[in-house]
Design a protein around this ligand. Structure first.
Ligand code: ADP
Ligand code: ZN
Ligand code: ZN
Length: 767
């Protein structure tokens, strides 16, 4: 063996909170096993740890580089093209690369080695959870047709069996047995006759209910869908990166467009990823694609069991899937020939991961597409302000589908001005249930139709609201609503720290009717029970949905019309299709409208439009009633008129005025600690150092703005006191550089302080 082949050098990331990568050497027979995307076991500070092989690199001059201990995998877990993507994620979100990769890979893959002498046997993972199954297949060159059915002596149901074989061509023995009690006999008989054949294959466990595999023939596209599909095909054929925003209202037929895009990509030899915002929504998307692409579909999300996830992962890495469907984590599908990414409901906030590795899966998907020369489609009925702006300035291509396929009417939306009602009303409950809403529910109950009542609570209700004019007290510097802090009885701006005692009179109407405002779904359910004692009411929110599967049960009962009224938080707004729902009531639009968040208007518009879309999906027209103290707010009037562009033009003007995204980039630096004073002290210290760092760099001085530190709106969470610093920047490069500086000078300040620092780039959680 020539000398150069006796030793090779590899660059690896270790599965530890360390941002650097490391070099190791590989010698002997391990050389042949090494490949990018496999894991190696390496010696590291006296321990044995898992490392991910990123590159084979030229020999270095440095002495003392250690040998790896072994190669763990028999085949790569991700293709080499993904290395750059992992590096970008680590760089942009300031998260250790080894942990980025660890989080991307299916859980349960990380080997623990409890005892020093025993090595994991190589290839053990390949045995995890794979299933051997028997399939009955139509034998090539034989024909089974109806002429066989007519014979007198066929046992009953034999013709049904043959019918199924003709239709499906291949069926697992398990499925045959589940349909026919004499399934094994029937299969054997026709195998002996030479019409069918039996094969044993290793398969990934089937993770979809088989009853969902309804083979549906795609409907012919309408002219709008055709036009949109053709524009996507053009870009697919170009083999370069391109981003489309597909703005298509609910029911405009976006899913069929996705299907045609995936098919076109497949014909070009490319693979696709489809991302949906919630695990529950993968089921319907996946069954449509499974029906049409059979086993070339893979599913990836965090609710799969370890074995299931591993099966899916390996199939994808081997190139056995043409399309991967899943929630946020489908972003990491190790497809070797990725050509298309679809992000459905791109505006949805759940694309942002809010713990550990805080990435925005939609934004990251755009980068993955870019690094793969792929086309990406962002689809939504209520596009995010960021994406629509990018389309408006020509950075993205805009595709629109403004009409419903089935020509159903959009629901009529009625807005109730709660301030007007309050004045004359006697009953306290009327601030929860206005007379028009009450009457509408009553009417709906008599008609035996169903009602959804929506109350947004997102863990936050400490607004200070004028019951007379609907105004909240706002920060003079930042224009966001001030947050009422019961402890200390003050109103605080959590962006800049501005603080005042609650005023006695409303600054806009001089009324004295100013109060902290907020109530929950439980209270709403109580009011319903006293108003409509006979109605069957169920509640759906985080408190009632603690146990696994409970949400599914509630939805099932509602679907089967065992419930008349469903009261819930945003859990009830998404995706579900209930044909008997003809009334949707929004108990209060003010809670989200007054979030201490620059996206408050955007979130409200999206929520209201989504929840409005839950009604009138059957044959009956739907009605929506929105209760609010702010009936003339643009987010509400735009919802009422089903007018996205009206909403967008107002919203974008406001963002420009106060320099919030998309006109700037922002990041939060958060501090969490058990001691209030210690947390404040560290936050103040680091805040001062950030300001000094900026001062020293003349270039950044005008490009970066630092606000805070200030107590977070949720000042104490899970026992930790919370402080935060907001950084606004004109460019992402400056922001990134500054955050890298912050990270490096903070290490020492934080060490053994009991205070943890979290950096959140492009944050969505403002509280
Ligand atoms: P969206 O995702 O835009 O809300 P969907 O893709 O779910 O809309 O389509 C809404 C309904 O219209 C579905 O039931 C779908 O099967 C049907 N549909 C879509 N395209 C067509 C078409 N070209 N012809 C007939 N029905 C269609
Ligand atoms: Zn007022
Ligand atoms: Zn402020």
């Amino acid at each position: 063996m020539p000398e150069s082949l006796q030793k090779i050098y590899i660059q690896v990331a270790v599965a530890l909170p360390i941002s650097d990568t490391f070099t190791y050497t590989v010698t002997g027979e391990l050389i042949e096993e090494v490949a990018v995307g496999k894991r190696a076991l390496v010696p590291f500070s006296g321990r044995k740890i898992t490392a991910y092989i990123l590159r084979i690199i030229p020999p270095g001059k440095r002495k003392g580089i250690k040998d790896i201990i072994t190669v763990i995998d028999t085949r790569p877990l991700f293709p080499p093209q993904m290395v750059e993507f992992f590096e970008w994620l680590s760089h942009y979100y300031l998260y250790p690369i080894g942990l980025v990769i660890k989080g991307a890979l299916p859980a349960g893959l990380n080997v623990r080695i409890p005892d020093r002498t025993r090595m994991p046997s190589r290839g053990w993972l390949d045995r995890v959870g794979l299933l051997k199954m028997v399939f009955i297949t139509l034998k090539k060159g034989t024909t089974i047709d109806r002429s066989l059915f007519d014979r007198k002596r066929l046992p009953r149901n034999e013709d049904e069996f043959l019918e199924m074989m003709i239709k499906k061509k291949e069926v697992s023995l398990r499925e045959i047995n589940s349909v026919f009690s004499n399934g094994a006999y029937l299969a054997d008989k026709w195998v002996r006759k030479g019409f069918l054949k039996k094969t044993r294959r290793t398969v990934a466990r089937d993770i979809l209910d088989e009853t969902l595999f309804i083979p549906t023939k795609p409907p012919p596209l309408n002219s709008k869908q055709k036009e949109v599909a053709e524009r996507i095909n053009e870009k697919l054929r170009d083999n370069t990166f391109f981003t489309y925003l597909l703005y298509g209202i609910t029911d405009s037929g976006k899913t069929e467009v996705y299907y045609h895009a995936v098919r076109a990509a497949k014909e070009l030899g490319k693979q696709s990823i489809i991302m949906v915002p919630e695990i529950a929504l993968t089921v319907s998307m996946a069954s449509l694609f499974k029906a049409r692409f059979k086993d070339r579909v893979a599913i990836l999300h965090s609710a799969l069991s370890t074995g299931e996830r591993y099966d899916q992962w390996i199939r994808i890495a081997k190139g056995d899937a043409d399309v991967v469907i899943g929630a946020r984590s489908a972003l990491f599908a190790p497809l070797p020939r990725l050509g298309l990414i679809i992000v459905d409901e791109e505006h949805d906030l759940s694309y942002k991961q809010e713990e550990k590795f805080r990435y925005q899966a939609r934004d990251a998907a755009i980068m993955r597409a870019k690094l793969s020369d792929a086309v990406i489609i962002l689809g939504s009925g209520t596009p995010s302000v960021q994406s629509y702006q990018n389309a408006a300035i020509g950075k993205y291509g805009l595709l629109t589908m403004p009409k419903r396929i089935l020509k159903r009417e959009l629901p009529e939306i009625q807005v109730i001005d709660m301030a007007k009602l309050k004045r004359g009303s006697a009953a306290q409950d009327e601030s929860i249930m206005s007379p028009p809403l009450k009457e509408a529910i009553e009417e709906n109950l008599t008609q035996k139709k169903q009602t959804i009542l929506f109350l947004n609570r997102r863990g936050f209700s400490s607004l200070y609201l004028c019951r007379f004019c609907g105004e909240t007290i706002r920060c003079p510097n930042c224009e966001v609503s001030l947050t009422y802090h019961k402890y200390g009885n003050n109103l605080l701006c959590h962006y800049c720290g501005f603080s005042i005692k609650p005023p006695k009179r409303c600054p806009s109407c001089n009324s004295e009717d100013l109060k902290p405002y907020g109530f929950g779904t439980q209270r709403v359910a109580q009011v319903l029970e006293s108003l409509f004692p006979k109605a069957r009411v169920e509640r759906m929110d985080r408190d009632t949905m603690r146990r696994k599967g409970e949400a599914q049960q509630v939805l099932k009962r509602f679907m089967q019309h065992e419930t008349d009224i469903l009261v819930g938080t945003q859990m009830v707004t998404k995706g579900h299709d209930f044909p008997d729902v003809t009334l949707v009531g929004v108990i209060s639009a003010d809670l989200s409208l007054n979030y201490p968040d620059f996206r408050a208007g955007e979130i409200t518009f999206q929520l209201l439009s989504q929840v409005a879309g839950r009604t009138g999906r059957g044959n009956m027209p739907g009605k929506v009633i929105i209760q609010t103290f702010n009936p003339s707010h643009y987010a509400i009037t735009a919802t009422k008129d089903h007018d996205y562009t009206k909403f967008f033009s107002r919203e974008i003007a406001l963002r420009r005025q106060v320099n919030y995204p998309p006109f700037s980039l922002i990041a939060y630096v958060r501090f969490l600690g058990n001691s209030k004073t210690k947390t404040e002290k560290i936050a103040a210290h680091i805040g001062m150092k950030i300001r000094n760092t900026i001062k020293q760099q003349s270039k950044r001085k005008n490009a970066v703005e630092v606000l805070g530190p200030v107590e977070a709106p949720m000042a104490k969470l899970k026992g930790k006191y919370r402080q935060q610093i907001l950084i606004k920047s004109r460019t992402s490069r400056y922001l990134n550089q500054l955050l890298k500086d912050v990270e490096s000078f903070s290490t020492q300040i934080l060490s053994s302080s009991g205070v943890r620092m979290i950096i959140d780039v492009d944050p969505y959680q403002m509280m």
